[in-house]
Design a protein around this ligand. Sequence first.
Ligand SMILES: *Cc1c(COP(=O)(O)O)cnc(C)c1O
Length: 418
Amino acid sequence: MTDVARGDDRTGGTAPGQRGEQTRAVHLPPQPRVEQESLGLAVWRTSTFGFDTSQEYADVLGGRTPGYVYTRDDNPTVHAFAEAVAALEHPAGEDVQAQAFGSGMAAITATLLAFTGAGTHVVAPAGCYGGTWSLLAHTLSRFGVETTFVDGTDLAAYAAAVERPTAVVWAETLANPTMAVADLPRLAALAHDAGAIFAVDSTFASPAVCQPLRHGVDLVIHSATKYLGGHSDATGGVVIGRGELIAAVRHLRVETGGILGPDEAFLLRRGLATLPLRMARHCASALVLAETITGHPAVARVDYPGLPDHPGHDLADQLFLRGDGRTRYGGVIWVVPHGGREAGMRFAELLRLPVTGASLGGTHTLVGHAASTTHRQLDDDALAAGGIDPAGVRLSVGLEDVEDLSADLLGALDELAG
Ligand SMILES: *Cc1c(COP(=O)(O)O)cnc(C)c1O
């Protein structure tokens, strides 16, 4: 669209040079149309796009010509972010597409709404992300979508659950907080035999640890708020999969209005440039820390897939990417000190570098005592049923020097033991 040229073949109206102050302030000279590549992503901070003719508008709206109409539908900056994640999740470049959302939960909601309806059935892990659990158990249930919650590491339980006609099988690549590893290829086979779509929340892994589409998964979902953005400064979500499935997800996104904002898309896409570097560091430091504190007298147990006795260790070696000659096992550690709930809270308080708070995947090491915060609604029996020790502390290992983190952790544990 060229603002000044519009209607110039027509006489009448005020001539451009004689228009009022506020008219000229609104109808500024058009911004440059740049055909060159810019290294920084252009931020299309606009809600709507203009056309030279109504026919052009109609053609873009009708999908006959490429272009943008309205940002709730599509926005070039947001599109660039989604495409970048799709490229990282599936470098082979088959028909893999993505849609970006204002949060991880918006992405999860659109995915579940796209493939369920009244009378349909979902199978999901009992220990899945709290927001997903609540959406399935409390909200979608009101619309006639029934969910069977199973132990996420129990293939037999999944197999029994899909004997009932099932629309969606849900899993998490790495599960919070104990870092259980999902058997993606077996779950994919099981879901597909049952005619279900297999969707996986891969937030804890990121495409620098695991690329679930290579293991038979149909749809990969990320809270981009975590590792993809990586700097704790933007909230977003993304869904990646085959074009035909993603078209259904986009339809739901447009209807429910959950698109990512262009400024967040800029920040999240900028984060992607360093994702493999950051993830390699998160994983390498987490492994060192898990090994360092295992066996400390104040520590009852450490759950981390990089430790040989973790139940998901071999699976992680099969499914996860390698860097510097070793598997990347993820950046989150679950630490259970001796001494129950009080000891867990005290351990978190004794740490000096880690910030106490929610979320994960940022530059700063974050610590959270689960039983008093993220899982506070669960009494000790409910925690036990979910395999969550009341003393447990989740550590999202940041990018600080591992020597400093290690000294801090050991110091806190020494004090706890003493
Ligand atoms: C944070 C998180 C979500 C939700 O993402 P938001 O961006 O907070 O909406 C979903 N799944 C997992 C595993 C998460 O860690």
